[in-house]
Write a protein that binds this ligand. Structure first.
Ligand code: SF4
Ligand code: SF4
Length: 398
């Protein structure tokens, strides 16, 4: 699954390849394996393997990736591809190299006729006027992580001296906006905080009407606190106060859609094969990066753009294993009334040291309580149009 702010830029997928997975149409490119801050909940550095990787994408790996990408586009006759720059903090990548990489991608577009959409997920701290202008020039969609007002954000998103980073992130957002671009916003919920403060801040202070709120990344080995009270209040505040203003929260959209029998896939819940491919800074190709939360070396592969084609990653046992696991569900999930909406939770949430991915989500009871609550609130508002029985059930205007 991919960040919903960037998913809108994803091209259509080509059909069939290798083990039944679609041809890759999207790559997370790790421009940096280090970060300029030290968020308390960060999954990336929980796998110490990242310290064995070069700090930024090597030139050798960059050139090999561009060559492999062009071959991949031509061989599979793709008319589009999505590259999302990621880290650590991707904008630790030097500006002059970022520009050269964009020019190389532009050249691939010219030679192949394919459109290479681009996005970056960043903490925005390094977005000065110069970097903002570069991102705008090359049409790189920006997605910023900010966890709400300073008193919430600064408790968890801290620098190496323990100081909050809210003011620096806000400055980066302002610099992006000066170019005329509007960044996507992603927040991670902290269950001990008040979601109304988060919503009020993002809508009224930042002036953003479409964003996402994600649960903290966790596995069964982490024993995380429940998230039901937080998401239930988030839903209630959104439903009663903000939905009529056109405010949209991707995770809530996915939950409501799933409960009504529609598509529920998001970065948080719902059905969705894990098809993500991650380019590491040394050129190796790994599965979805967040799966590194399952332990040291857990996403390590022998596949590299220095030696292999992009499509070869599908044959790697680690990539294929994650893909296969994402298609199945444990016995409890298969019998669950909320399976269509929940999909067993995000793959990383299902992992335990004993059973691998063959578990319910670590947030299972929370998801049940949240779905139960949302259904109780939205079901009285549903209207069935009996003149058009084929049409989906529509929620009434709130
Ligand atoms: S900005 Fe992202 S990569 Fe950096 S510490 Fe925070 S969560 Fe981790
Ligand atoms: S609510 Fe629990 S049992 Fe039901 S699908 Fe989700 S994780 Fe599985």
């Amino acid at each position: 699954m991919v960040n919903p702010e960037l998913a809108q830029h994803m091209p259509m997928k080509a059909e069939g390849s290798g083990n039944g997975a679609p041809v890759f149409s999207f790559v997370l490119v790790k421009l940096a394996s280090r970060c300029n801050i030290a968020c308390t909940y960060c999954y990336w550095f929980r796998d110490s393997e990242v310290y064995n990787k070069p700090a930024v994408l090597t030139l050798e790996a960059e050139d090999a990736f561009c060559k492999r990408l062009e071959e991949h586009i031509v061989e599979n006759e793709l008319d589009g591809f999505l590259v999302v720059f990621h880290g650590g903090e991707p904008l630790l990548f030097p500006k002059h190299r970022f520009i050269k990489l964009q020019e190389k991608l532009n050249a691939i577009e010219e030679r192949t006729g394919a459109v290479i959409d681009r996005g970056v997920s960043t903490n925005a701290i390094l977005i000065d006027d110069e970097y903002a202008a570069i991102l705008e020039k090359y049409g790189v969609a920006v997605s910023v992580s900010i966890d709400g007002p300073p008193e919430i954000h600064d408790a968890y998103r801290i620098d190496f001296k323990g100081k909050g980073t809210h003011a620096d992130t806000l400055k980066g957002i302002e610099n992006i906006r000066k170019t005329g671009m509007e960044p996507g916003i992603i927040s991670v919920c902290n269950p001990s905080t008040d979601p109304e403060k988060l919503l009020d801040y993002i809508v009224n202070e930042l002036g953003v009407k479409g964003f996402d709120v994600l649960p903290p990344d966790a596995t069964h080995a982490d024993n995380p606190p429940p998230i039901d009270a937080y998401f239930i209040k988030l839903f209630d505040v959104w439903f009663d106060k903000y939905s009529a203003q056109g405010v949209r929260i991707s995770t809530l959209d996915a939950m409501i859609s799933g409960l009504m029998g529609g598509q529920s896939c998001s970065d948080t819940v719902g059905y969705g094969p894990v098809e993500t491919l991650t380019l590491m800074t040394d050129g190796t190709l790994e599965p979805l990066d967040v799966l590194r939360i399952t332990g040291n070396g857990s996403t390590k592969t022998d596949c590299s753009v220095l030696l292999n084609s992009i499509e070869d990653a599908q044959k790697d046992p680690r990539w294929a294993g994650a893909y296969k696991a994402s298609l199945g569900h444990c016995e409890t999930c298969r019998k669950c009334e909320y399976l269509d909406a929940c999909g067993g939770g995000h793959l990383s949430q299902r992992w335990s040291p004993d059973n691998g991915y063959d578990n319910v989500s670590v947030y299972c009871q929370s998801w049940k309580n949240i779905f139960d609550h949302i259904w109780k609130r939205i079901s009285p508002t549903l209207v069935l149009d009996i003149k058009q029985p084929e049409a989906p059930v529509q929620p009434a205007a709130n």
